[in-house]
Write a protein that binds this ligand. Structure first.
Ligand code: ASP
Length: 309
């Protein structure tokens, strides 16, 4: 049997160490662990990597602690616009949605785009139409209200600034979420979900729903989910760049992931991190920020849930 494994992240923009209380740290870690265990149980029972990443991300989307689903940040119009994507490394099938609102679990909608449509990427009104056609319930805006997020927005709402994931601000509380997994058959998958950036406008879309930028999976190389300054991750085509270094430069998963996060993305001014898995169940989770909410669990016995370096 193939070594099976899963890794998850809750964003590379963690609270700075001084702001983190023991209680808050315990809350973050408990949700991360629940997501990890949910995904791992699916793999352990012989389930697919696609199901494992979707179900792990759902747990993170259902928590107000992370910037996805329930905890999605506010846009300049005081609304929520969410993005998500998912990719199957065996078939190279992929699904993505962008600029959606009222959907409790954007990752599931992305999966439905992959499985129930002829398309890869649906955005805005059309994506919402597709959701309604597939009997998605539209949640009331109150479901997505979080006082902390609202305060973050109030602080910058009348300015031109939008808040990056890795802001040096002391009270930064961000966190795109994602999962990558390798199942017992050696098939890998990746999923990413986000509310984007506080006070974003003009239909801004980051890297998270873009196949190749914030999310990618191919059994031949790796499955990747990114978190970071989206504009730079798009320009760096980060997720696919890791795959290319493995395929064309014959780097290991770890080498390729480190090269991109500690060198290539820094060179163009980006910050953040990623989680990666390959078809042998190896895992890498590099980041160039102070911390990254993350966890991994493998059938070889290794397990960790961490926030800082
Ligand atoms: N990459 C995301 C975006 O730019 C933000 C994040 O990673 O938290 O939308």
């Amino acid at each position: 049997m193939n070594t099976f494994s899963i890794a998850i992240h809750g964003g590379a923009g963690t609270l700075v160490k001084g702001m983190m209380t023991a209680d808050l740290e315990a809350q973050y870690k408990s949700v991360l662990k629940a997501a990890l265990d949910t995904g791992y149980a699916i793999l352990e029972n012989g389930g697919t990597s696609i199901d494992a990443v979707e179900k792990a991300v759902i747990i993170l989307e259902d928590s107000h602690l992370f910037n996805a689903g329930k905890g999605a940040v506010f846009t300049a119009d005081e609304t929520h616009e969410m993005d998500a994507s998912i990719m199957d490394g065996q078939s190279l099938n992929a699904g993505a949605v962008s600029l959606i609102s009222g959907i409790k679990n954007p990752v599931s909608l992305a999966k439905d785009v992959m499985e129930k449509s002829e398309h890869v990427f649906l955005a805005g009104e059309g994506a919402m139409q597709f959701a309604k056609m597939n009997a998605y319930k539209i949640e009331d805006v109150s479901y997505f209200y979080d006082e902390f997020r609202h305060n973050q927005w109030l602080e910058i709402k009348d300015t031109d600034s939008f808040q990056l994931d890795h802001a040096t601000k002391k009270d930064s509380k961000f966190g795109t979420v994602g999962a990558v997994a390798c199942d017992q058959n050696g098939n890998i998958a990746a999923a990413t979900s986000t509310g984007g950036m506080t006070n974003k406008k003009f239909g801004r879309v980051g890297d998270s729903p873009m196949i190749g930028a914030g999310n990618y999976a191919n059994n031949k190389t790796c499955a990747i989910s990114c978190t970071g300054s989206g504009e730079f991750f798009i320009r760096g085509v980060v997720a696919y760049d890791v795959a290319c270094l493995i395929e064309h430069k014959e780097m290991s998963l770890e080498e390729a992931a480190n090269e991109v996060i500690h060198k290539r993305i820094l060179e163009i001014g980006g910050d953040g991190g990623l989680i990666a898995v390959d078809a042998k169940g190896n895992i890498a989770m590099p980041f160039n920020t102070e911390g990254m909410y993350r966890g991994s669990k493998s059938s070889n016995g290794a397990e960790e849930v961490l926030i800082y370096k």
